[in-house]
Design a protein around this ligand. Structure first.
Ligand code: ZN
Length: 453
């Protein structure tokens, strides 16, 4: 009984059933069956529909929320019935719905908090959906209050095999919610595969440059008026990588080479495992309260944020794993022996040196933020032995920056500056230059054009 509530009915890939059997344990004690729904709802219904693209995966063609007081339903129209599993996570409070890989033919902004039907008035504050891993998709529901899953069903609605996924939630108290989270954690830990021993990468004769396009898959990053951070930073990162590849002196590694989700810790592992000479993470910011703020900012890691704005950006970018519905991972405790400390200090000095170089190359061709060098506790920059910076290309919320982001000409020019800065940095290191945190600013190279798009 619990199982049928916990899973969509009907379909049964072997792996799905095995997962079903183990996850069903989670249901005991906190999952309750309700009679067929309908009577609590009817208010605030809203549908967003886009024609599904033909593809090899099942497709979701529409999604809507129905909220009424302490109850809420999230409904997806699907091309076929699917097996789903649900569980809850805290910090922040979320309901996670896992399903086989699904093509979401939906406006990615459909589930945003600002969307009219779910302005934090009900249980569901916002939701998002997308690919989590090959073969696996996920829906993450951000809760405005602790909730339990009353129902998760996926039934056929017509003779063509179309199906409707219904996730029904009810408000619960904090204690019950925490208990459900605890049960989910135990179950997830039991299911987690032990870490495969990672094969060390073969040593590269060329310096390894890791380019890290932020976000991906279910984690869209910032979204403003059709501009989606994960897409624009991916295109930008590809342009930088192509320019470095063309040079021939580097081995270039991208942390993702398609629209897939990669956890932050995995990105750091790729830099460390690959013995990278440099790690450059690419993002784009948004600031809805200040549309006039514009320009690029180069961030490095620090224990204390350089200013409130840097702290805000780090907090936002560190949300990536939570956005994808990952449990709060225990941060690896810092090894505090003196050798480690020395390595880290040296790494940070090199990171600062590259950040200065990047700012000076960038300002030649593109707009900088009025305070373009900042630092804060970015998780993705925490490799103790790989110099790492995070470049925020600018602000999606700013009109001029937004125009630049959609211009192929701007992308070509700006990505060239990043590639040139990387080449200059590697040349400096290969010539044996020692750097200190107080390395002086370099003069800008060339002239600053008067009109920057
Ligand atoms: Zn970002």
């Amino acid at each position: 009984m619990a199982k049928s509530a916990f899973f969509c009915r009907g379909v049964g890939a072997a792996s799905g059933m095995a997962l079903g059997a183990s996850m069903a344990v989670l249901a005991v004690g906190w999952l309750t069956l309700l009679p067929p729904a309908g009577r609590y709802f009817g208010l605030h219904a809203y549908a967003a529909t886009v024609q599904p693209k033909p593809g090899q995966h099942p497709a979701a063609s529409a999604a809507r929320i129905e909220q009424n007081g302490d109850r809420a339903k999230l409904i997806f129209e699907l091309s076929e019935p699917l097996d789903v599993t649900t569980f809850v996570l805290a910090d922040p409070d979320r309901v996670i719905v896992d399903l086989p890989q699904t093509d979401f033919a939906l406006d990615p902004e459909t589930g945003k908090a600002a969307y009219p039907p779910h302005r934090k008035t009900g249980l569901i504050a916002s939701y998002r959906f997308g690919q989590l891993a090959p073969g696996k998709s996920r829906i993450v529901i951000d809760l405005a209050a602790p909730a339990r899953v009353l129902l998760a069903t996926c039934d056929k609605v017509d003779s063509d095999g179309h199906a409707r996924l219904v996730i029904e939630l009810a408000k619960t108290d904090r204690r019950s919610f925490k208990a459900a989270v605890q049960r989910a954690r135990i179950q997830l830990a039991a299911m987690a595969q032990p870490n495969k021993a990672q094969k060390p990468e073969p040593e590269s004769a060329k310096p390894v440059i890791v380019i890290d396009p932020g976000h991906g898959g279910i984690d869209h990053g910032a979204m403003v008026k059709g501009l989606i951070e994960k897409e624009l930073v991916f295109d930008f990162a590809k342009a930088v990588a192509a320019k470095l590849d063309a040079d021939g002196r580097f081995k270039v590694v991208m942390t993702r080479d398609d629209d897939s989700f990669v956890p932050l810790a995995e990105r750091v592992r790729m830099a460390r495992g690959g013995n990278a000479a440099l790690f450059v993470s690419i993002h784009a910011d948004t600031l809805s309260s200040a549309a006039d703020v514009s320009g690029a900012t180069v961030y490095t890691v620090s224990d204390r944020a350089s200013d409130a704005e840097a702290a805000r950006v780090a907090e936002k970018e560190n949300q990536s794993d939570a956005a994808a519905g990952l449990d709060k991972t225990e941060e690896a405790s810092d090894v505090s022996d003196i050798l480690f400390d020395l390595t880290r200090r040296e790494t940070r000095a090199y990171s600062d040196f590259f950040a200065h170089t990047l700012v000076n190359y960038w300002r030649v061709a593109c707009r900088l933020n009025k305070n373009p060098r900042r630092s804060a506790g970015f998780r993705v920059l925490k490799a103790p032995d790989v110099p790492s910076v995070l470049l925020e290309l600018g602000y999606l919320s700013n009109e001029k920056d937004g125009l630049a982001f959609t211009s192929a000409q701007w992308r070509d020019k700006a990505s060239s500056q990043v590639a040139e800065a990387i080449k200059a940095y590697i040349s400096a290191r290969e010539s044996g230059a020692t750097v200190t945190k107080t390395a002086p600013d370099r003069e800008p190279i060339g002239k600053i054009p008067s009109a920057v798009p």
